[in-house]
Design a protein around this ligand. Structure first.
Ligand SMILES: Cc1cc2nc3c(=O)[nH]c(=O)nc-3n(C[C@H](O)[C@H](O)[C@H](O)COP(=O)(O)OP(=O)(O)OC[C@H]3O[C@@H](n4cnc5c(N)ncnc54)[C@H](O)[C@@H]3O)c2cc1C
Length: 545
């Protein structure tokens, strides 16, 4: 991997044993999991090109700048009229444009029928993009996830105008009516002050105007990427909680009343504008039936949850790349860190975690790609998405912290990427169903869609390490709210075990079984066999120079 050497002669001392800058590398080429994807050559080539571009010093710098210069809200223009626009650093636009150019927001929707391959290619593209800049992932994901919900539930007049713009591989960030734009983006606004998980508590009111048209009045406490061209939102109509489509412009071309009150001051995710908004006489189009707001928007939420898994895995991989690079160069106590047995133990454990998370994504992509034609795959996706969302998002911050520690003190400073990755790492667990809520959702799926549990169990019990009876016994023991997290963890780890049996990394399956099922521990680096660890690390480090 090409790295930049630094000059080392200072007047007071010589700079030695600092690792070279990691830039101008190919994110695809350094990742053995990506290089083995079951994809056709043209898709691999696109991923390879995208990986090279994202790993260039130019894009790495853009990822930094997009976060160092966060978005700025203009509530009013200079004449005192409401503006409600957000201005971003050019680096943010550059990253967004790269994502849309690749099709992170649309790849599966650009063919007649979504396929496992198009989902996988998209997932891999998203995974690489978010390693360099995670903030643009939010609106790209919401745009991606909004399309199937519109496709299924929106009136024809919305579908025919909006879907071609939402699936165009063009980033057009001008604040204009959709008809005048070459590409469009979409957000989602559900969370209110009095409750985000329990959206039934939403107080925003929808008054019927005529046909599918309504007027909204109320607020949303979180609305990320308010510069999007339209939003799916929830409000109380006469028939109950209902899903609505809210464009930034009304059909006559005038600005719709959507007030962006302020931007959130967040722990991380700095490049992404997350806002509080208000609706007053806001023009909206009903999507789905009155009173069916949650089932309608769930179509979108399932896809955003998939992306929470991909986004968390991306942060894990970004952190792992930094850790591998560092230990490959840094010396301590007379030898390079990568050769020291205890460091090998930690790194191998991190690589195992990475592979298990990625294999979940790969399997989910197949389920999403085939789910429209295969009820078994659709049922599998329902439960498996929630299980993966819980587990990968929870493991992400733990893994990032351990990678950060591999860099020692440098890892804890703002001069290295780990600090930004660390601040980003808890977010996707909060979003789209926080840890408890997603665990309870797993229980709900047992009741409401028992076929999802059947599909999940028959697949996971194909493992040599798991029997259907033992899993069923665990479910009987743990399927209650108090122990829903233990259940979610158990389902996740057993599923990962089954997936790791397909791993081509020598020793990985046995090491995973020992450390995750037989003698699970509390921290990374508790592996028992040094030979297995060496083989695992060798596979992941082989593309690093
Ligand atoms: C950066 C950022 C961007 C966001 N962007 C958006 C956006 O664009 N659109 C949008 O709609 N929302 C957005 N959100 C909001 C996010 O989805 C909510 O914060 C989340 O759903 C939790 O809702 P809440 O904050 O109201 O917490 P609450 O619902 O009050 O939950 C608080 C805690 O209680 C737990 N809990 C809830 N119910 C139960 C229960 N029955 N049993 C046990 N525990 C429970 C939850 O797991 C959570 O840990 C964003 C949040 C962040 C941080």
């Amino acid at each position: 991997m090409p790295v930049k050497e630094k000059t080392n002669a200072l007047s007071t001392h010589e700079v030695i044993n600092q690792v070279p800058v990691l830039e101008n590398y190919n994110l695809y080429e350094v990742d053995p999991l990506l290089k083995e994807l079951p994809l056709p050559d043209d898709a691999r080539q696109r991923l390879c090109d995208f990986g090279a571009r994202l790993g260039s010093s130019e894009y790495i710098r853009a990822g930094v700048l997009a976060n160092e210069y966060p978005p700025v809200l203009s509530t009013h223009d200079r004449y005192g009229q409401r503006a409600d626009t957000v201005e971003f650093h050019p680096a943010y636009h550059q990253m967004f444009s790269a994502g849309m150019g690749f099709g992170v927001h649309c790849l599966p929707w650009t063919t007649d029928e979504p396929s496992a391959e198009s989902h996988l290619e998209r997932a891999a593209g998203h995974y690489m993009l978010s390693q360099i800049e995670a903030g643009v992932g939010c609106p790209l994901t919401m745009t991606f996830a909004g399309v199937p919900a519109l496709q299924r539930y929106a009136p024809e007049e919305i579908k025919s105008v909006w879907i071609p713009k939402l699936t165009a591989k063009v980033y057009d960030h001008r604040f204009l009516p959709v008809e005048q734009k070459t590409g469009a983006t979409m957000g989602m606004a559900m969370t209110e002050k009095q409750g985000g998980s329990d959206v039934r508590a939403n107080t925003t009111q929808a008054t019927h105007l005529e046909g599918d048209y309504y007027s909204l009045r109320g607020h949303k406490w979180f609305c990320s990427a308010p510069m999007c061209d339209a939003f799916l939102t929830l409000a109380q109509a006469e028939g109950g909680l209902t899903c609505f489509f809210v464009p930034r412009f009304k059909p006559d071309g005038s600005k719709n009343s959507l007030r962006v009150v302020r931007l959130k001051n967040k722990l991380g995710n700095k490049s992404n504008a997350s806002s509080e908004i208000e609706y007053e006489d806001t023009w909206a189009v009903r999507v789905g039936e009155e009173g069916r707001g949650v089932p309608t928007i769930i179509e979108m939420v399932n896809h955003t949850r998939l992306d929470c898994v991909i986004g968390s895995a991306a942060l894990m991989r970004a952190a792992l790349t930094q850790a591998l690079h560092h230990v490959n160069h840094r010396m301590a106590f007379g030898s390079v860190l990568i050769e020291q047995p205890l460091m090998i133990n930690v790194l191998a454990d991190l690589c195992l975690e990475m592979e298990a998370a990625w294999l979940m994504i790969q399997r989910l992509c197949r389920a999403y790609g085939q789910g429209h034609a295969d009820p078994q795959e659709r049922a599998f996706a329902r439960l498996a998405t929630a299980v993966a969302k819980f587990w990968v998002c929870k493991r992400c911050p733990q893994m990032v912290v351990e990678c950060l520690e591999c860099l020692g003190g440098n890892g804890y400073t703002e001069d290295f990427p780990l600090a930004r990755i660390f601040r980003e790492s808890p977010l996707l667990s909060v979003w789209e169903g926080s840890g408890n809520v997603i665990s309870l959702d797993i229980l709900r799926s047992f009741q409401k869609e028992p076929e999802s549990l059947d599909a999940f169990l028959s697949e996971v019990s194909q493992s040599e390490h798991v029997t259907k009876q033992s899993l069923q016994a665990k479910i009987v023991q743990l399927a209650q709210p108090f122990s829903a997290r233990r259940l979610a963890q158990s389902l996740a780890v057993h599923w990962q075990m089954q997936l790791m049996e397909q791993s081509t990394t020598p020793g990985a399956c046995e090491a995973f079984a020992r450390s995750r099922l037989e003698e699970p521990g509390g921290v990374f680096g508790l592996q028992a066999k040094v030979e297995d660890c060496r083989a695992i690390v060798n596979r992941f480090i082989s593309s690093f120079s």
